[in-house]
Ligand binder design. Structure first.
Ligand code: UDP
Ligand code: MN
Length: 296
């Protein structure tokens, strides 16, 4: 656990946070051993964060993929809920990647928010749809996002915003604690344990959920490039990491520690039965429909 003092010292490392106070909580872990804050409800003043980021001119790219049947199943709910809760005060550009741009539901947006729909190929295997996001995100940052946005956040589409997901989540390199592992001992984390894979790791720090990651465009670019390289090298070696892109993400974030960690409030499974510690559910898992959605 982090004392209030060390949480404040840490914040001085980060330019945006320099003027901000984070308050500690004693029922949850609020900072990592390398002194990145873990953001929980009650630790921050939303108004101060929003003001600071507005003054600084922060802008955010929200990247989401809806390929194949995931489009009809989830995209509308995801986007509409995002318009109610995601970085409301800041300029946001949605980057929606799909194999059927014409089917993307129309979204009414205020002037400071916009949407770009981009076509991607539909890979035959769902694992490849998921993994190849890394390459697509890298290309989009290089050709477009870096000229328009300071921060990038990448989301799975099978989720719904149900509470504030605001500028307190912005940082240089941002990772999310997985609902099912944040309170479990390390030995149960499902890292990739196959030495043949580039995602191989014996042990790590935390178990991060790949459904949400972000940071400055520079740091997200470095992360997706490294993950894509690992994925492609695994393909050449005919191995696949246990949890695909998530395994590579965990490997990268073990070597390159995130500067900010989001508590599972920021991607909660309401069916987990562990709601006690979570005061606000900001983003929740939508029901999985693997049989229907992943069938070839
Ligand atoms: N995805 C998609 N079409 C597919 C498979 C995956 O659009 O056929 C995208 C979608 O954004 C999805 C993400 O890749 O949320 C990750 O896949 P999924 O959510 O099924 O993985 P899980 O969260 O169940 O591990
Ligand atoms: Mn998902």
């Amino acid at each position: 656990r982090c004392s209030l003092k060390s949480a404040k010292e840490l914040i001085l490392d980060n330019s945006v946070d320099a003027s901000l106070d984070l308050v500690s909580r004693n029922d949850v872990q609020t900072c990592t051993y390398w002194r990145a804050p873990i953001i929980w409800e009650g630790m921050f003043d939303p108004e101060i964060y929003d003001e600071t980021h507005k003054k600084k001119g922060s802008s955010v790219a929200l990247v989401v993929f809806a390929v194949g049947r995931y489009l009809e199943a989830y995209l509308d709910t995801f986007l509409n809920s995002s318009e109610r809760y995601f970085m409301l005060d800041l300029p946001v550009t949605y980057y929606v990647f799909t194999d059927r741009p014409a089917k993307v539901p129309p979204l009414k947006l205020p002037p400071h928010r916009s949407m770009k729909v981009m076509r991607v190929e539909k890979h035959a295997r769902w694992q490849d749809v998921s993994m190849m996001r890394m390459k697509t995100i890298s290309d989009a940052i290089k050709t477009d996002i870096k000229h328009r946005c300071t921060y990038v956040f990448c989301f799975d589409v099978d989720q719904e915003f149900t509470g504030r997901f605001g500028s307190e989540a912005l940082g240089d390199s941002v990772a999310l604690l997985h609902t099912y592992y944040f309170d479990l001992p390390k030995m149960l984390y499902t890292y990739d344990h196959n030495p043949e894979s580039k995602a191989y790791m014996e042990t790590g720090d935390l178990y991060y959920h790949a459904a949400v990651f972000g940071g400055t465009w520079e740091s997200v670019k470095a992360l997706v490039d490294a993950c894509h390289q690992g994925i492609m090298e695994d393909k050449r070696n005919r191995v696949e990491a246990l949890w695909h892109d998530e395994s590579h993400l965990n490997k990268y974030l073990w070597i390159h520690k995130p500067s900010r960690v989001l508590s599972p409030e920021y991607c909660w499974d309401p069916l987990s039965g562990k709601n006690g510690v979570v005061r606000v559910q900001r983003l929740v898992w939508a029901p999985k429909q693997y049989k229907k959605l992943r069938a070839p």
